[in-house]
Design a protein around this ligand. Structure first.
Ligand SMILES: [Zn+2]
Ligand SMILES: [Zn+2]
Length: 251
């Protein structure tokens, strides 16, 4: 893709259709973009109108997300997986910028990081969606991220999650298995730092909670979360339906 096309997008991030000058999404998709209206639940990030999470204890400050993972935005995020990542990441980062500016007004983050991806998944996909969005976000950062240093390797994910032994574990073992799969990168100094953790989609919040807990154990003074989209229909948070919920969003 030419550099001029990156600066002046011509195609709709949701459908790949043509855009008129100044348009972010095409007319057809604009009506299918579902915004996540404020006020939001700090726990799951979903509008209080649609939140069913019961606000369980959490390891992060709050989640903010501009969109619901439905309609045209779901299409856009799925398109990212098939290689249209520049136009989609730019679109999502633009919306996240406004959201972070408004919801984290007055905050100063020291570090920007992303929810990690296992090496196998990275190799099969060729890129990390959250990192692509983060890179676009830092090209023109919102005020709370102006002094933030990006560290995309801050958290690491080992590849055992959902592996062949998973079915042999009981419920408690499975939970432990997920917990063990995320670790802090080596030689990181987080003491007293405010971290913003970014992901493309927050579904059950289980992974987000694990990542935030590990950052806090590593010394972070605070962990806040930003995602491009959240799923609003959840049976529990971040409890029993991890498997089901992730099935809902996977291809
Ligand atoms: Zn479109
Ligand atoms: Zn909630």
């Amino acid at each position: 893709m030419a550099w001029a096309d990156l600066l002046f997008p011509k195609t709709c991030p949701c459908c790949g259709g043509e855009l008129r000058e100044g348009q972010e999404v095409c007319d057809h998709c604009a009506s299918a973009v579902l915004y996540n209206p404020s006020p939001h639940c700090p726990c799951c990030g979903v509008s209080l109108r649609d939140c069913h999470c019961h606000q369980r204890p959490r390891t992060y400050d709050r989640v903010v997300a501009p969109f619901y993972y439905e309609g045209a935005v779901r299409e856009a995020i799925l398109r990212m997986k098939f290689g249209q990542r520049e136009e989609v990441a730019r679109f999502l980062a633009g919306a996240l910028k406004k959201e972070i500016e408004a919801r984290y007004f007055g905050r100063e983050f020291d570090v920007l990081t992303v929810v990690p991806m296992s090496k196998e998944r990275y190799v099969s996909r060729g890129f990390n969606q959250a990192k692509s969005i983060a890179e676009f976000l830092l090209k023109d950062p919102p005020t709370p991220l102006k002094g933030a240093v990006p560290d995309y390797g801050l958290l690491r994910k080992s590849s055992n999650e959902g592996g062949s032994m998973q079915h042999l574990l009981g419920a408690a073992g499975r939970k432990q298995n997920i917990r063990d799969s995320v670790t802090l990168g080596k030689h990181r100094e987080l003491e007293g730092k405010q971290v913003l953790l970014l992901d493309d989609i927050v579904t059950t919040g289980a992974t987000t909670s694990e990542c935030a807990a590990i950052l806090r154990l590593g010394g972070a003074a605070g962990v806040s979360v930003a995602a491009a989209a959240v799923t609003r229909y959840r049976d529990s948070f971040p409890g029993k339906t991890i498997q089901e919920s992730s099935k809902r969003v996977e291809l």
